[in-house]
Design a protein around this ligand. Structure first.
Ligand SMILES: *[C@@H]1O[C@H](CO)[C@@H](O)[C@H](O)[C@H]1NC(C)=O
Length: 358
């Protein structure tokens, strides 16, 4: 399965979620998805990823590649990019187009999706692994091996037919080989260099506690949040004293749009057992100074903010608004030329107040 591979790729890239295993991303890959709705309606979506960070976008209408980070161009110049853009556009559209032409021979059924993932991975700075896989409706059809396409066993006779067709295009395949074995690693090492400041940055997590929906009467769900940290490896743990509490539920480490991460770890306990528990957050950015939050009488900062600050801000805003309205209404008539056509509630109110005062 293609997604299994993507998952595997993610595991390899993340280097596990161990706090000690900090690793720079060492792979670049492109994902292309084409959705075939019917004979005449197709949509292509593309993206480029450095490890788990999206750095390129691509959209088939203009065929233009968009750069999501200032360093997304790596060390390629504009001319090289334009060449790549064209190569990429023509090759991918041609490849996908075949699926439309061979719909009946390959027994494809509308609507369907064809997915492609390809890129390269560098191990210990030198050792290169490149890959290119194509899937139909989420199952592998074929993969590119050295210079040609290999049908995947689970794709059956359809995969054989598809691979046979694509293996006829020698010059295209030679182009693909070059992209994977030469262009990709060159681009990857340029990226790692150009993006160094962002990729090697350390951003401290913000941490707080909250209570989640309880599992039943007399039970409490304690939730410890860590947000906005980078890089990804982090340890968040519920403790009593120094003792790690078993049965804590760790969520997925979720991405933020700015490339930082979020994680929550929850613990289900009896209401009487909650006091004395604490949450410890350990992250490379903290320089060995763990964040420790105690569950207790004190409400978490997030809740204090919501309960106290938010209403105050709202009240303040309301008072300000009312005051402004009031002073405006008391200005001389000429200050406020009323537009007859305007019918906003404020204008309506003003008109009526003025009429009343006259
Ligand atoms: C193809 O699908 C699109 C989008 O759903 C639709 O607007 C169009 O009419 C369809 N065309 C045909 C020939 O069925």
């Amino acid at each position: 399965m293609l997604f299994l591979q993507l998952l595997l790729l993610e595991v390899v890239l993340a280097g596990g979620d161990n706090e000690d295993a900090f690793q720079e991303p060492n792979s670049f890959h492109v994902i292309l998805i084409s959705s075939f709705h019917n004979r005449s309606w197709v949509r292509y979506l593309g993206s480029g990823w450095l490890g788990e960070l999206q750095i390129l976008g691509w959209e088939s209408k203009s065929g233009a590649i968009t750069f999501l980070w200032p360093w997304s161009k790596g060390n390629f110049n504009m001319e090289q990019w334009m060449e790549l853009e064209e190569l990429f556009h023509i090759n991918s559209i041609t490849l996908f187009h075949k699926f439309q032409i061979y719909v009946s021979q390959w027994q494809l059924e509308y609507p369907f999706e064809v997915q492609l993932v390809g890129g390269c991975e560098m191990h210990s700075g030198k050792n290169l692994v490149s890959f290119l896989n194509v899937a139909y409706q989420g199952s592998d059809i074929m993969s590119f091996q050295k210079t040609s396409w290999l049908p995947s066993p689970e794709g059956g006779s359809r995969a054989q037919q598809v691979a046979r067709l694509f293996n006829q295009y020698y010059s295209t395949n030679e182009g693909i080989r070059k992209l994977l074995s030469a262009v990709c690693p060159q681009f990857l090492s340029g990226l790692l260099d150009a993006g160094k400041a962002d990729l090697q940055r350390q951003v401290r997590p913000e941490a707080w506690l909250s209570s989640g929906p309880s599992a039943g009467p007399g039970r409490l769900k304690l939730v410890c949040h860590a947000a906005g940290f980078y890089p990804k490896p982090i340890s968040v743990m519920w403790l009593r004293g120094e003792q790690e509490q078993q049965g804590a539920q760790r969520g997925d480490v979720l991405p933020n749009a700015d490339g930082t991460w979020y994680l929550q770890v929850s613990l289900d306990v009896g209401a009487t057992e909650a006091s004395g528990l604490s949450c410890r957050v350990r992250h490379g950015s903290l320089g060995g100074q763990d964040i420790i939050l105690h569950w207790g009488h004190r409400t978490s900062p997030g809740l204090i903010f919501l309960a106290v600050v938010a209403p105050l801000v709202l009240l303040g805003g309301l008072a300000f608004w009312l005051r402004r309205r009031w002073t405006q209404d008391r200005r001389p008539h000429t200050d406020f030329p009323l537009e007859q056509s305007s019918s906003s509630p404020a204008t309506w109110l003003r008109t009526h107040l003025q009429t009343a005062r006259q």
